[in-house]
Design a protein around this ligand. Structure first.
Ligand code: NOJ
Ligand code: NOJ
Length: 463
């Protein structure tokens, strides 16, 4: 064992000396395969209905063997990308069938009476029956996510000439709605101004995350409605998106210089005094419609990311040594993956931060210029401390400037650091659980968390 280890260390130090070798890329290539396998295994597993996506195979301590609408939507979004990237007919066929099952299962969820009494019900048992126990409900991000993910799939089907499937199962203009997307869009359009629980299932109020994915549902839904000849609805969904934009803008707190996660709290837990929450960064990525609205490069978002990163760096003992910062949900978090206790860094959030930094780098690169502002200066200075003195508000940099290149490279490098944090705590089996213990770094909470796998795969793609 020792000999093997020292040969391994020797090999890796030789490799580290080679200028072009990228150990992170090697690990990501491997881990991505593990994650794809684990993610697919959590779709329609034994003991679940076809089309159900379990949040984790873990059936006790904690029991995550259930279909959460949110986790499932984010997972199937990855499946759509895999379908689009694949050239292998057999593989494409199998991914296509998974989407078909998910579509049917989703419609069944909508038709199943549940304690929310509407489409905001956050979860179902893996066999599709209603979850009739107490829970934080409704969670209105859920139907919005399901709507934008399935709208994306509908666009793929339309581009392949399969409009019959879209018409039969996904989108028909009639009201009351009998198709899954139309139902979710109508629900979202009519209920976004009602308070609901957040994606962490804890706080009731109005949430930046929920509003951002609702806005995307309205916008992407409008584009689909138009393609299906439902012009009045398209206009209505677009106008609701604009109302949401007004609401979303009020989440930026100029005094604290970050986007606050919840406004108008009227229930649920009350100890999130900072209102600083990593879900804001998820919101910006899940809610991205490539129109610049609260885009990754928005300086309000950049400032929020830096506040979060700094808080978690100071808060978690594992972040005092080594690679990049492990990111948790919010500083006051008491959920340890099982019950009450102390919150930890989360795999899916640390991966999402890596991905976010890649998107910032890519965003500026493709735009070709950037302006230092009061709000983004601290973010840029943290990325490139050696040039901090040159990064003053008002300064504009262009693609040709060496400082522009260095800055973009530094931001990308920071993205790598987050992924290195996850790499560091991942064992040889490649399992990605929900959390990483804040003292020891060991994986903790539900194992093979489907959403953790999804986050690793999409971060690797964006890199
Ligand atoms: C409390 C946690 O904070 C929440 O995020 C989780 O979904 C539920 N418990 C269920 O495990
Ligand atoms: C707890 C998380 O807070 C929530 O967002 C997620 O949907 C469930 N776990 C299931 O993974």
């Amino acid at each position: 064992m020792k000999a093997v280890l020292s040969i391994f260390l020797l090999a890796s130090s030789v490799l580290a000396a080679g200028a072009t070798h990228d150990d992170l890329q090697d690990w990501l290539n491997w881990e991505k395969e593990v994650s794809v396998r684990n993610l697919l295994a959590n779709i329609s597993p034994d003991g679940a209905a076809k089309g159900a996506v379990v949040a984790s195979p873990s059936k006790d301590n904690p029991n995550y063997f259930k279909h959460w609408i949110r986790d499932a939507g984010l997972t199937m979004d990855v499946v759509i990308s895999m379908y689009q990237m694949s050239h292998d007919p057999g593989e494409r066929n199998s991914l296509f069938n998974r989407m078909a099952d998910y579509m049917d299962f989703s419609r069944r969820n909508q038709e199943t009476g549940n304690p929310s009494g509407g489409l905001g019900e956050p979860l179902f048992w893996a066999d599709g029956s209603a979850y009739n126990l107490g829970w934080a409900r409704p969670q209105n991000d859920s139907p919005a996510i399901r709507a934008y993910v399935l709208s994306r799939w509908a666009q793929v089907l339309l581009s392949e000439g399969k409009s019959d499937i879209v018409w039969q199962k996904l989108y028909r203009p009639e009201i009351p709605a009998y198709t899954v997307i139309k139902s979710d869009l109508e629900y979202t359009a009519h209920h976004f101004d009602e308070s609901c629980f957040d994606l962490w299932e804890e706080v009731r109020g109005f949430h930046f995350y929920t509003r951002m994915v609702q806005r995307r549902a309205m916008k992407d839904g409008a584009a689909l409605a138009e393609r299906m000849g439902d012009f009045g609805a398209a206009e209505y969904y677009r106008s609701q998106a604009r109302v949401l934009e007004d609401r979303i803008t009020t989440h930026f707190d100029p005094g604290r210089q970050y986007i606050v996660s919840t406004l108008g709290r009227d229930g649920g837990l009350d100890y999130k005094s900072s209102n600083l929450d990593a879900s804001v960064i998820l919101a910006v990525m899940h809610g991205d419609t490539s129109d610049g609205f609260f885009a990754p490069t928005d300086d309000r978002v950049m400032s929020t990311a830096l506040h979060l990163s700094n808080q978690f760096r100071d808060l978690y003992p594992i972040n005092q040594v080594g690679v990049g910062v492990g990111i948790g949900r919010y500083p006051e978090d008491r959920y340890d993956g099982l019950g009450g206790g102390q919150g930890n860094p989360w795999v899916l959030l640390t991966n999402a931060f890596g991905q976010y930094y890649y998107r910032v780098a890519h965003g500026f690169e493709s735009r070709g210029d950037l302006t230092i502002t009061d709000l983004n200066a601290p973010f840029f200075r943290a990325a490139l401390p050696s040039q901090a003195g040159s990064l003053n508000p008002g300064r504009m940099l262009h693609r040709g400037d060496s400082l522009f290149k260095d800055l973009v490279a530094a931001v990308r490098h920071q993205g790598d650091d987050y992924l290195r944090r996850v790499k560091y705590h991942t064992g040889p089996d490649g399992n990605l659980s929900e959390q990483m213990n804040r003292y020891t770094g060991f994986m903790q909470g539900a194992y093979n968390l489907t959403w953790s796998d999804a986050s690793l795969i999409t971060a690797a793609w964006d890199r």
